[in-house]
Design a protein around this ligand. Structure first.
Ligand code: IMP
Ligand code: MG
Length: 184
């Protein structure tokens, strides 16, 4: 797999720390929804790895679905416009929904998705985000479950991509992008 040169990337969060934190988040979900079913909705594609690990740590009755929204495309800046590209397979009316995101950045994506999903009358609607970059927020959204708060750096790995690359890295890395915008 093509990967940035060593001087252009560094590990921010190691896989062992991620594993531990995912278990912690699952324990909190177990407690918060004791005796109930939770319906996890992964925001494609970035959340697929986090959701896969999280759902296996949850000791409740679970179901999963996925939604895809227009994203940053190949670059690193949000267009600010969000659009549903792939909708849910089934109704969420009456369900305990947990929207699972890879990272909260400007908050535009989650803000939009929460508005869309709320209209579909779930019983409860919460957000689980592996990473949170609070300094970049344009919309005031908060996740109920956050893995790690991180500084304003561009990160890849554990599902997060840059131009569709690096999703398979087991750790979360900071990518130092060249100022000319060319891919490393
Ligand atoms: P928001 O709408 O700005 O909150 O953007 C959220 C989406 O932007 C995430 O689901 C990611 O796909 C993408 N994103 C934001 N920051 C990063 C990053 O540092 N690395 C990779 N993708 C990012
Ligand atoms: Mg992305």
């Amino acid at each position: 797999m093509p990967i940035a040169r060593p001087e252009e990337r560094e590990i921010l969060i190691r896989r062992a720390a991620i594993e531990k934190r995912v278990r912690d988040v699952a324990r909190r979900i177990d407690r918060d929804f004791k005796g109930q079913r939770v319906h996890l909705i992964g925001v494609l594609k970035g959340a697929c790895i986090f959701l896969s690990d999280l759902v296996r740590e949850i000791n409740l009755e679970t179901s999963i679905d996925f939604i895809a929204v227009s994203s940053y495309g190949r670059g690193k800046e949000s267009s600010g416009q969000v659009r549903v590209l792939k909708d849910l397979d089934s109704s969420i009316a009456g369900l305990n929904v947990i929207l699972v995101e890879d990272i909260l950045d400007t908050g535009l994506t989650i803000n939009y998705l929460l508005r869309v999903l709320r209209q579909r009358r779930p019983r409860t609607l919460r957000v689980a985000a592996l990473l949170d970059k609070p300094s970049r927020r344009l919309k005031p959204v908060k996740a109920d479950y956050v893995g790690f708060k991180i500084p304003n750096k561009f990160v890849v790995g554990y599902g997060l991509d840059y131009g569709e690359r690096y999703r398979n890295l087991k750790d979360v890395w900071v990518l130092h992008l060249p100022a000319d915008g060319k891919e490393p």
